[in-house]
Design a protein around this ligand. Structure first.
Ligand code: SAH
Length: 404
């Protein structure tokens, strides 16, 4: 989910690790509702329509207009925004700078509960936590918090399910349920920030430093909501959460027009391209959208992104035993990437239930790395944190996690 970890951690993960199932609602504060009262029941599954409007869906001007529409002075939008983005609270009782008479109305109108924690799992002594969230309509999505000595990364979902149908990915098997709203994406990060600020993640109070759009969904297939979420995450408080753009990674199967659009936004976010094969014949099967935009077109879009942003592109490559891990494919990949501002992130395949595929043999993986390096291409092997809680790459499959 982020740059490689020392091999020792992978080795540690190979050992069985005791799982901790946390009580759900393990967040420090329930959503609005009189303090001490149970939070509202999750709405019925299958409810249709859009998620409720939330201040994180709006820019500050939109929030001002919404507050004015409630008959309140528009500066209250800034106060509410500070509570949500700066203090991670949605609870009217915490908003002592707002008149008592307005608090509940403002919070009720602009901070509706969006995601209810249905299940939480942790491993790595509590420093990796996966949350299964239920949305207003019963849609299920997952996010993963990973604390490292030097950073905290939130891996977030951008869609419930995914329509890209990559055969090795758990989410891809179930198809697309729906796009998440901007606020539903942001809420996953705010929930992590709240836990960290409250000191509820081992290692002491902390902050979310990195966000990767590598949970469920294809972020660039939900472009408008994802882009607004990137802005909310990276704009300074009170507009947003103040996370550095450079610490945000948007990962894509390679939707070429959307990559071009993202390049034109002139953001400093990192682009990750899920390549997984250097040749169209194989990539057509591993990443079916390759039949629409092929390897050459996807890489051309990536180099245009580099030219527009100056940011190094990350090439994601899940190593699948005897499928895409041959030495000649490493050489082919190396020659495609040589001299480019790119690095390869090799992901040992996390086999999904029922999959006939598995991770590469260690010797094949080492040789793959060696050949890429021989082409002068920087390469890292990704941490497989969260494997035991099905929180590792490609294992997020919400419906399968329920009731297990
Ligand atoms: N739709 C986006 C985000 C998906 S998840 C994308 O495709 O980039 C982030 C990464 O995990 C992608 O590179 C994806 O291909 C990879 N991945 C999916 N399933 C995997 C699995 N079972 N093992 C290893 N990596 C996997």
């Amino acid at each position: 989910m982020s740059p490689a970890r020392p091999p020792s951690r992978d080795a540690a993960l190979a050992r069985p690790v005791p799982l901790t199932v946390l009580p759900t609602g393990a967040t420090p504060r329930d959503p609005p509702g009189p303090r001490g009262m149970p939070s509202p029941q999750p709405p019925l599954a299958g409810r249709r329509g859009k998620p409720p409007r939330h201040l994180a869906d709006l820019d500050l001007a939109g929030r001002r207009a919404a507050v004015a529409g409630l008959g309140e002075p528009s500066f209250r939008a800034v106060q509410l925004s500070r509570h949500f983005f700066g203090r991670y609270t949605e609870h009217p009782d915490d908003m002592t700078d707002l008149p008592l008479t307005s608090r509940a109305a403002l919070a009720g109108a602009l901070l509706p509960p969006l995601l209810t924690a249905e299940r939480e799992l942790s491993c790595d002594d509590g420093t990796t936590r996966k949350t299964l969230w239920r949305a207003f309509d019963g849609a299920l999505v997952e996010s993963v918090l990973m604390r490292y000595p030097d950073r905290v990364t939130m891996c977030v979902s951008s869609q419930a399910g995914c329509g890209m149908a990559c055969p090795f990915c758990a989410t891809g098997q179930a198809g697309l349920t729906r796009n998440l709203s901007t606020a539903e994406i942001v809420a996953q990060v705010v929930a992590g920030a709240r836990l960290l600020a409250a000191g509820q993640v081992p290692g002491g109070p902390g902050r979310v430093s990195n966000v990767v759009f590598m949970g469920m969904g294809e972020p660039l297939a939900n472009y408008a909501s994802v882009l607004a979420a990137v802005r909310r995450l990276t704009d300074p408080v009170p507009e947003g959460m103040g996370i550095s753009q450079r610490s945000v990674t948007v990962s894509t199967v390679g939707l070429v027009p959307a990559i071009a659009r993202l390049a034109a936004e002139r953001l400093s976010v990192t682009l990750a391209v899920s390549l997984h094969a250097p040749d169209d014949e194989l990539r057509d099967t591993l990443v079916p959208v390759n039949q629409r935009w092929n390897v050459q077109q996807v890489l051309a879009a990536a180099w245009d992104y580099v030219a527009a942003t100056g940011r190094r592109v990350s090439i994601e490559y899940a190593l699948i035993r005897d499928i895409n891990d041959q030495a000649w494919r490493a050489d082919r990949l190396g020659s495609l990437l040589a001299g480019r501002l790119a690095h390869v992130n090799l992901i040992p395949l996390n086999p999904t239930p029922g999959s006939k595929w598995t991770a590469s043999r260690p010797a094949a993986q080492r040789e793959f790395v060696r050949r890429l390096e021989a082409h002068g291409v920087p390469v890292t092997v990704r941490d497989t944190r969260g494997r035991e809680i099905d929180g590792a790459c490609g294992q997020l499959a919400a419906s399968a996690s329920v009731g297990r």
